[in-house]
Design a protein around this ligand. Structure first.
Ligand code: PLP
Length: 420
């Protein structure tokens, strides 16, 4: 079969496909230790809550109504209104339902947004999405209809006590010129668990506005829901910001509901894209989320159940890793949010791609760090060892699996260092 240019590009077995495949296979393989994917944890209190909420919705007819009707292309109106009111009341943001559109998962929102803005322009020029801090979310990397739509910058590395470190945006290196279509950051960051400081966000906002381009903030793990964020930071939005949220990490990845909060022009563009590509975003997720807003449960559960659950798991995994791997060349990015730990094995004699294969052979799935350094700018194209020395692991598995998985990682890392 002869595929089109589009077909050839999207038929590639990209990093994100490999990741989702491993996730799916791992879920079906008895005994596999899944420290790779971004599936949210099974939190008993949330499972009970969703059981109860959907039973109530079944009883009052809301569930069948959500399944039995198409919403409009912008998404379920009643949810848009409830969410706009919630954000206005909680943060004082000047928004209404005209500023919110829904997509089938926030992953597809990024596909829409990147291609709305970057790639070949009407005047023939080519624009890119600037990622101010690589490593950045692997799911962006293949989302361009055109090739080469990202430019990313290496971070500054701050060494902290206790074999920890933290990345910062290196503003001295950042170049925002007419080739940049938008700035994009995930906050908290997948893969590192980094949370950009308020000062960093303010400076990115200033740069974006000075260059008349939007700042896209991927808030899939952020506040006010699911609130997997352990630092005190201020939620950020203004009319130049495109804030992307999701119901997935709340524990509802199956409903595929992404939420984009933006100015009216961007909201209208996304609404039009929805109509063409999917007629309307799914209605089930927004119906549950509306129920959660009306009952006051959305923010309450995020703050009192989801955040503490992940915080406790992260702390447990960090202490287990520190006990299990005593080598001083091993460091952990300070876990500030999201559901991953970013491990750095300085001077590792093998790449983490090789380490991934060795771990997979022993039934442990992690994600090699190399995937997250796409779009490196020309000046940083020379080999950067750090990009081959890190890996991402999630910490959401139960205690026994975490212990077994970390013991195997410690063993393979020890062997790899010994081979130098
Ligand atoms: N953004 C980040 C940073 C993510 O980690 C993910 C999923 O893991 C997504 C966006 C996409 O999530 P979804 O399409 O489920 O909303």
């Amino acid at each position: 079969m002869q595929f089109s240019k589009f077909g050839e590009k999207f038929n590639r077995y990209s990093g994100i496909n490999r990741l989702m495949d491993d996730l799916n296979k791992g879920l079906r393989t008895p005994g596999a230790i899944m420290l790779g994917g971004g599936n949210p944890a099974t939190i008993p209190a949330m499972q009970d809550y969703f059981h109860q909420a959907t039973s109530e919705m079944l009883a009052n007819g809301d569930l069948v109504a959500a399944l039995g009707n198409y919403d409009g292309p912008q998404g379920k109106n009643t949810f848009l209104k409830a969410l706009a009111d919630l954000l206005h009341e909680t943060y004082g943001w000047d928004i209404s339902e005209k500023n919110i559109s829904l997509t089938n998962g926030s992953q597809s929102a990024f596909f829409y947004l990147f291609n709305l803005l970057a790639g070949k322009q009407l005047d023939g020029s080519h624009k890119k999405i600037l990622l101010p801090l690589a490593p950045e979310y692997i799911g962006y990397s293949d989302a361009g209809l055109d090739d080469d739509i990202f430019v990313s910058y290496r971070p500054e590395i701050e060494q902290l006590d206790n074999r920890m470190f933290k990345y910062h945006v290196d503003f001295e290196q950042l170049t925002v010129d007419e080739s940049v279509a938008a700035i994009c950051v995930s906050r908290p960051t997948n893969p590192t668990g980094n949370v950009l400081t308020d000062a960093e966000v303010a400076e990115l906002d200033r740069l974006a506005r000075a260059n008349d381009i939007p700042l896209i903030i991927d808030n899939a793990y952020g506040t006010p829901f699911p609130n997997i964020i352990f630092e005190e930071v201020t939620p950020f939005w203004n009319r130049n910001t495109i804030l992307c949220m999701s119901l997935s990490k709340l524990g509802l990845p199956g409903v595929r509901c992404g939420i984009v909060i933006a100015n009216e022009e961007t909201t209208a563009a996304l609404t039009n894209l929805n109509g063409i590509i999917s007629l309307a975003p799914g209605g089930f997720g927004p119906a549950i989320a509306k129920h959660m807003i009306e009952s006051g449960d959305l923010l309450r559960l995020s703050e009192t159940v989801i955040k503490p659950f992940y915080k406790e798991r992260a702390e447990f995994a960090v202490s287990l890793l520190q006990q299990s791997i005593s080598d001083n060349r091993f460091k952990i990015h300070k876990p500030e949010g999201a559901m991953f730990l970013w491990l750095w094995f300085d001077e590792l004699p093998i790449t983490t791609m090789e380490l991934y294969d060795r771990l997979k052979a022993r039934g442990v799935l992690i994600v090699p760090g190399e995937y997250f350094f796409f779009g490196q700018s020309e000046q940083s194209e020379e080999k950067w060892d750090h990009a081959h020395q890190c890996l991402r692991m999630n910490y959401v598995q139960d205690e026994a699996k975490m212990r077994d998985g970390i013991a195997i990682i410690a063993d393979e890392v020890k062997k790899a260092y010994a081979q130098a």
